[in-house]
Design a protein around this ligand. Structure first.
Ligand code: ITT
Length: 191
């Protein structure tokens, strides 16, 4: 008999120091009966222009270290008028510039198009890492609006409302993270 271990995965270590991400992923996976345990110890992040290799290597590194199924989430906001900036540098930009300065950079830009992207990296010990990307297209608002979510949510508009205004429950039905997790769950279900 072939035993497909994945189908029985009920507990996954999620390596993240970001409270907002953890809460979203925990809530989405809880609805599927999967328990997510937060690990805040981080992982060495590759310097890459793409999120996929960063997520893959992070998940693989920690899965070997802990000998458990591990997921990581590498995310960013990509602004068209800024040639995709801040993209993989979104954390650094949030910490050092913040939303007001990003809005200032966008002051004279007519093209407000942007997208959020999440790449979930997943790895079991001894196996190759897998990546599941999710994207949501939107626009950069002209000012911060709304108190929900975290990070760039108050400046990211989806169909007229910022993610900050939509609030966590609605955001979790349509966000980049939700789309990435749905792909991950589809894969789990296909095993
Ligand atoms: P990790 O410990 O999981 O790496 P992090 O916050 O450093 O946490 P990222 O590098 O993936 O994670 O995040 C990039 C930045 O994008 C960071 O400033 C986040 O706050 C922000 N971000 C990620 N997902 C977001 C979302 O759904 N809404 C708003 N901002 C988000």
């Amino acid at each position: 008999m072939t035993v497909k271990t994945m189908k029985t995965v009920k507990k996954i270590v999620f390596v993240t120091g970001n409270k907002g991400k953890f809460a979203e992923v925990r809530d989405i996976l809880a609805s599927r009966g999967i328990e997510v345990i937060q690990n805040k110890n981080g992982y060495p992040e590759l310097q890459e222009d793409e999120l996929e290799p960063i997520a893959a290597s992070g998940a693989s590194y920690v899965a070997e270290k802990l000998n458990m199924p591990v997921m990581v989430d590498d995310s960013g906001i990509f602004i068209k008028a800024l040639n995709g900036f801040p993209g993989p540098y979104s954390r650094f930009v949030e910490d050092n510039l913040g939303n007001p300065k990003v809005l200032k950079l966008m002051e004279d830009e007519k093209d407000r198009s942007a997208y959020f992207k999440t790449v979930i990296g997943y790895c079991e010990p001894g196996k190759e890492p897998l990546v599941f990307p999710g994207v949501v297209e939107g626009k950069i608002a002209f000012e911060e609006r709304g108190t929900g979510g975290f990070g760039y949510d108050p400046i990211f508009e989806y169909e007229g409302k910022t993610f900050g205004e939509l609030g966590d429950e609605i955001k979790n039905t349509l966000s980049h993270r939700r789309r990435a997790i749905d792909k991950f769950l589809e894969w789990l279900d296909s095993l």
